[in-house]
Design a protein around this ligand. Structure first.
Ligand SMILES: [Zn+2]
Ligand SMILES: [Zn+2]
Length: 367
């Protein structure tokens, strides 16, 4: 098969959201493409990220049904004419999309892309088109919509990976794990000996725990309400854990540190935890928040809050770094993952919501 083909229509199957809160239903759809700057990827697996679940629960249906999913991993099947860096058969991890043209993209900071929202949450290409329009469904979520057998991506949101590694394990690197690890290593640049508290030990929080251990942070304090997750946090590098159903977080952190911490990652989105984060920070400390807000806000005592997007990670640089750490046994991301068949997607989402599964990964096809 030639690498270079004209745009055509592909029969695919995808999990479509037509009802607020789900369930998602797997339906046959028609996908047009790839365009000259796109790559057609057959998905082998996809992670389910908290943002997929939020989108599902808050979708209002006004602009029509959508395909979610933004932690895809798969094999390149077709390559558009102007794509030089990928070829058929390449194994790839899919990440977030960026425009490539704005000043932030051109200066190497795609998480700050001026078109980040449209490119990732617009459910269309930046030119307004939609490869699933024949089926009356919107795709291109995070430049991928990976709850599908096939999808389109571009060189900007694809990362080539080794064929020796299991794609199903690497899938969640594209968003959740990159975000958690990137927050510690890129956004906060936490260094050896810095105290760090991680509120919420889901996928983002546990990736942050592993990254905190890698940079030598100490103490590393995990806070959650699910005992199984706290145990996992201890195994992955937390020096202390606090179950905030029973334990007073502020006084426990004061007792552990003799004061407070330099950094808090507030991954729960709970306003009370946000308030608590400020209370346990040392003067000059930083709380990282994951609400979609960007930029820095000043808090009393020289403290600040920092809005995190994708852990300030450039996927083509950071994901290979994380894979190297995984191979060295220092970033054991496989410990976070539970696998499900593609048609078990609604059960996977339910398990993630209950906190029973940290990171669900759907198996979509054989590598
Ligand atoms: Zn941009
Ligand atoms: Zn995500």
């Amino acid at each position: 098969m030639s690498d270079r083909v004209d745009a055509q229509v592909h029969k695919i199957r995808a999990a479509v959201l037509r009802t607020k809160g789900g369930p998602l239903r797997i339906e046959p759809l028609e996908l047009e493409g790839p365009r000259d700057d796109e790559v057609l990827v057959r998905l082998v697996a996809t992670g389910i990220c908290h943002t997929d679940i939020d989108m599902c629960d808050h979708w209002d249906g006004a602009d029509g049904p959508v395909v979610l999913g933004h932690e895809g991993a798969g094999v390149v099947e077709q390559v558009g004419k102007s794509v030089k860096s990928f070829k058929c058969g390449d194994h790839v991890v899919l990440s977030y999309q960026s425009c490539g043209r704005c000043r932030h993209c051109r200066s190497g900071h795609p998480p700050h892309c001026e078109h980040f929202y449209e490119a990732n949450f617009g459910f269309r290409r930046l030119d307004g088109s939609n490869a699933l329009h024949r089926s009356g469904v919107r795709g291109h979520f995070f430049g991928q919509s990976s709850f599908a057998t096939h999808t389109l991506a571009t060189a900007r949101n694809l990362v080539k990976v080794s064929k020796n590694l299991r794609l199903e394990v690497l899938a969640p690197l594209g968003c959740g794990l990159q975000t958690g690890a990137g927050t510690v290593m890129n956004s906060l640049e936490a260094s050896s000996g810095a105290g760090i508290a991680i509120f919420g030990t889901g996928a983002v929080g546990l990736a942050a725990v592993m990254a905190a251990r890698i940079v030598g942070a100490d103490p590393i304090i995990g806070v959650d309400i699910i005992p199984g997750r706290l145990e996992l946090a201890l195994e992955l590098g937390a020096t202390h854990v606090i179950d905030n159903r029973h334990d007073p977080v502020a006084s426990r952190i004061a007792a552990i540190t003799g004061g407070g911490v330099a950094y808090v990652l507030e991954t729960t989105g709970n306003p009370k935890m946000r308030q608590l984060a400020t209370e346990v920070l040392n003067p000059g400390g930083t709380v990282a928040i994951f609400t979609g807000a960007t930029g820095t806000r000043s808090l009393p005592g020289g403290r600040k809050s920092l809005g995190i997007i994708e852990g300030d990670a450039v996927p083509q640089r950071f994901i290979p770094e994380l894979i190297a750490l995984y191979r060295a046994g220092r970033f054991p991301l496989d410990r976070l993952v539970n696998f499900y068949a593609f048609d078990e997607i609604n059960r996977a989402i339910a398990d993630a919501k209950r906190g029973e599964t940290v990171k669900p990964v759907l198996r979509i096809s054989e590598p």
